[in-house]
Write a protein that binds this ligand. Sequence first.
Ligand code: GLN
Length: 478
Amino acid sequence: MSELYKLGIEAAAKGLAKGDFSSVELTQAVIDRVKAENPRIGAYLTFDEEGALAAAKTADEARANGRAGMLLGIPVAIKDLINVKGQPCTCASKILKGYVSPYDATVIKNLKAAGATCAGRVNMDEFAMGSSTENSALGRTVNPYDVTRVPGGSSGGSAAAVGGDMCIAALGTDTGGSIRQPASFCNCVGLKPSYGRVSRFGVTAFASSLDQVGPMTKSVTDAAFLLQALAGHDEMDGTTPDEPVPDYAAALAGASLKGVKIGLPKEYFIDGLDPEVKRLTDEAVAKCAAAGAELVEVSLPHTEYAMAVYYIVAPAEASANLARFDGVRYGHRSEKSDNVFNLYARSRAEGFGPEVKRRIIMGTYVLSSGYYDAYYGRALKVRTLIRRDFEAAFAKVDALLTPVAPTPAFKIGEVQDPLTMYLNDLFTIPSSLAGNCAISVPAGFTAGARLPVGVQFIGDAYREDKLLRVAKAFEEAR
Ligand code: GLN
């Protein structure tokens, strides 16, 4: 079997450009790998083999006619909440079983325009609510580094596909950590762009003031290539500003940590951190220092409120967003209803899983009259304070370095209590609330179990160029 599936974007694009192999060969290698590994790992929910090969052939023909480009002929795995015309889009929920997308999301349009192929759909927590992919209603995904453990979530299928070499790169989404935490668990690079940097049009909404699509890749350079295709203004998403997109790959040239000011937020280096995560984070700090970075202790004093704010704001927005799944317009419709109220209630009761119901109930509660000001209104105010913490920090430093998650990948079934599960996102949620960009980069493996662990760099809003430079320099320093 050809081992081309091991390549990332950069190496695959080079090989394709030199004519070492064709996109059809590359795609076939990925398909063979998926067939061999997916029964064990469960990263993909569906894979349109014919479509993938047809798109690869078209890419090869375009190349023969003089077309070039980093993504031309590259297969990218797509998280199952991003619409790709003609493919299922289930959000790993029973309520959308059988739903087929009538249009391409803007990110997909952009990828296709760059020549990438989007044929495989990867598993996730239902509607992106979760941290282990165990909330998927449609299948189990395991960690390719240890199949008794979770891949993280909610973009667990994307991370398992990248970490298990079942794709060249993948798209994930991140609302409170769903790109970064699974990237850390599966040894990949995961970039959450700044809020508004990437269009959300055609991406099933969870919490609209937080959601972002981003790259999950085998290297920082690959993340830059993918972000280039994703980022920019979209008239279909009013939160994407009409601002120029920097050349991210060019920004990586000569990346170095010399003189770079890296902030260490003291609120993130807490007791209760897994000792191996702590060791690898400390090692990452030491490597940055050895590579010439200047380390600065900073404080983000409102960090302790971030979790509470997120679990008010995100469910509130989710309860509104998920009202559209009513059994009338999309997906599952209950057979048992005799009137319209029962049609809504029963379709939703049968279609949504327990975590989604929990979020809808919490969200409806915090928005209800009498509680709105006390919970939702107050959470918005505290969110502003959290954003100001980051603004103050970035007046002093170029990037922040923190752990990604408090632990490495945990065992399947190990975390039963929702509140313990929520704690996975302790370190990723604050920057989501603030709208900053942040990236998880592999930092090494735990002693003993040999589980991958990532380190998080957080960047100033809309400075992905700068953040990627820091991440790239760290990747090289390792
Ligand atoms: N784990 C968090 C949650 O369940 C974040 C999910 C996400 O970023 N989509 O809400």
